[in-house]
Design a protein around this ligand. Sequence first.
Ligand SMILES: Cc1ncc(C[n+]2csc(CCOP(=O)(O)OP(=O)(O)O)c2C)c(N)n1
Length: 316
Amino acid sequence: MQIDMNNFFEESIKMIVKIRTSEEFIAEKFFDEKIFSFLHLTIGQEAGAVGVMSVLSNNDIAMGNHRSHGHYLAKGGDLPKMIYEVFGDQRGCCGGFGGSMHMLDRSVNFNGSTPILGSIPPLAVGQAFASKENGIKNVTVVFLGDGAAEEGVFMESVNLAASKKCNIIFVIEDNRYSVASSHSDRKSERYSHQKLIEGLGAIYIRENGQNVKKVHDAAILAREYALSGKPVILHLDLLRRHGHSGPMQENDNADYRIEDTLEYRNENDCLLIAKKEAIKSGLSESKIEEWISSAREETLEIVSKVKETIDVRDIS
Ligand SMILES: Cc1ncc(C[n+]2csc(CCOP(=O)(O)OP(=O)(O)O)c2C)c(N)n1
């Protein structure tokens, strides 16, 4: 959802809180329902989605992966439709058939998220190419994890997008791990997204994804390049707060986390960073706390009401 720069911190902080609160609620209530969809929480790394979506127009298209609650909401998606979908109710954005890993809502140009790793970049290139062929002046933004970005299909997609001059931004959300394998477990010592991508003729931009304002600024630049027919890879360094999947929190210092201990993640929390940046820009701490509690209350009110009315379809 495009954010008015006059209210940038207010809107982006409220959106981070909305995503976080709704996911905390889902995690808490997850086992209440009969249908369990696989669940991957965005908590900790919300600033990536919020910063990127803050520069998109309604006409721009977004697509995502298995971890897309934040992408959907930040694109302007409907919170009740998301909650219904996760819990298998037919009022969900995919009629309750898709669950957490399938967000799709054409009314806000969120044109789908798919859980098979590497499956979404080629679909997004097709989407961007269709826009171009139909004379629609927009950009398509597709989110994928750093693990998925190591798949060959990602390179093929970037190559195709560059050769067809598609208006597309591939956002790599790099939370350091693919499930529990770290960069050093998976990549050769000299692995370089930048070299691979520039070698394919696309633009490469890397940014601290925990800082929503920096993501916003990088996304403005990325969108300008993309609109001129130069595909962009926006590589965001992020911190996932919870475990890879499921509603349960992992041990505070799970042994695969070599550098990003819980303490490190807390110190670099994207909401905390957004607060500090907002204060630096002259806003008062009390005002910011007011936004946080009002966004939290508003979200909890909506999700609690929705949850009371969940009616899981009979699949027997
Ligand atoms: C083709 C394929 N292989 C394996 C999986 C199982 N799987 C789901 S998420 C995931 C890790 C993905 O890591 P990354 O792309 O970095 O995204 P992150 O989960 O860190 O956001 C794996 C291996 C899958 N969904 N699809």
